[in-house]
Design a protein around this ligand. Structure first.
Ligand code: NAD
Length: 347
């Protein structure tokens, strides 16, 4: 029930987009524009149903609102999802059609790259509207800086978590289990290795795992085995929903701190489960905000050194989340949401 879900998550606007000639079926969810234009990428995915596409757009848009509000960025939260197979169903017409829908929103929503979309797709959207980031020539499109800053934020978040829970932010000699060695996970491994941490890694792509073994002397385990590794920190850097009924009982870590979005399959239930087991959960959107911070900085013309300093706020703000959680007796994911809500409620 879309209306019910919109009410529950306090969503401002959902735009259903269809252009038959271009084969476009998409949803743009604008969760909030209270703090500024709704910023959030465009995902392309083979959703099982239209309802699933709407639900995903709305949930992701809300996550973007919280992420920007938490860091005091002058942006709201939004997300676009295109229904279709990114490997087979892309065309210039389709993305330009979406660009026209975005243009009609007159700046209420700014899109960018997300799962299943690329810089080329954003260039197509740019033909129709200026409300798009991650086009050719932007930071996202040139090199690994965005992924590097995301990894850097996660690394700092790990240090802040270790400092809070274990009494020292020094990761030398600590064991970190990294799930997923993609753009972020691999760069994160390099930072951890430089800090003297021991690495255990898993990826469904054997070549990526082998690369980490060669470069960082990591120990590789099978994808299913990473949950049960005895470690100080478990870092989900692949998919969402990985903290669930099946995996949480297997965990043998003190801290969960990683880059993946929506790690808790169900916030309340699985957040509580981790809490009861004495595992410190670093809220994902606080840790992985490096990417959005860079995008927001770029939109505002901030210099690269200042961008890096902005990302470094993750350390102090995460510790603030932990202190807030302890004082209020609430789980860490809720403490982060409450801090974001406070920003949103500010007159
Ligand atoms: P990516 O696609 O480059 O890498 C993902 C990696 O995970 C791949 O190597 C893939 O083979 C591996 N993988 C997939 N399923 C797996 C499984 N079951 N077990 C082990 N490995 C598996 O993605 P990325 O850009 O590195 O992002 C990683 C996560 O961080 C994603 O959840 C993404 O949403 C999130 N994130 C990324 C950024 C960014 O700047 N790239 C910013 C914020 C959040």
């Amino acid at each position: 029930d879309v209306w019910k879900e919109m009410k529950r998550l306090r969503v401002e606007q959902v735009v259903f987009c269809q252009e038959e000639a271009a084969g476009l079926q998409a949803v743009i969810a604008i969760h909030s524009t209270k703090l500024g234009p709704a910023l959030g990428g465009c995902r392309m995915w083979t959703y099982a149903s239209e309802n699933d596409a709407v639900a995903d757009a709305v949930r992701l848009a809300r996550g973007m609102t919280y992420k920007s509000a938490f860091f005091g960025l002058p942006y709201g939260g939004g997300k676009a999802v295109i229904v279709g197979n990114p490997a087979a169903d892309k065309s210039e017409d389709k993305f330009r059609a979406l660009g026209r829908f975005i243009e009609r929103l007159q700046g209420r929503y700014i899109t960018g790259v997300d799962l299943g979309t690329t810089v080329r797709d954003m260039d197509w959207i740019r033909q129709e509207t200026a409300y798009v980031t991650d086009t050719t020539g932007t930071i996202m499109a040139t090199g690994d800086f965005t992924a590097e800053m995301t990894a850097y934020g996660v690394f700092l978040g790990m240090k802040a978590s270790a400092d809070y829970l274990l009494g020292s932010g020094d990761l030398a000699g600590r064991t970190v289990a990294v799930q997923g060695l993609g753009k972020v996970g691999y760069l994160l491994c390099g930072m951890l290795r430089d800090a003297g941490a021991q690495l255990v890694v898993a990826d469904i792509d054997d070549a990526r795992a082998e690369k980490a073994v060669k470069a960082y002397h990591a120990r590789v385990v099978a994808p299913d085995a990473i949950y049960g590794e005895n470690c100080d920190i478990f870092a989900p850097c692949a998919l969402g929903g990985v903290l669930n009924d099946d995996t949480i009982p297997k965990l043998r870590c003190a801290i969960v701190a990683g880059a993946a979005n929506n790690q808790l399959q169900e916030e309340i239930r699985h957040g509580e489960d981790l809490e009861q087991r004495g595992i410190l959960y670093a809220p994902d959107y606080v840790l992985n905000a490096g990417g959005i911070i860079i995008t927001a900085c770029e939109l505002q013309g901030v210099s690269v050194p200042d961008m890096k300093r902005s990302v470094e706020r993750i350390y102090g703000l995460l510790q603030k989340v932990y202190r807030y959680a302890r004082q209020e007796g609430v789980p860490t994911w809720l403490a982060a949401n409450l801090m974001a809500e406070e920003e949103l409620q500010r007159p």
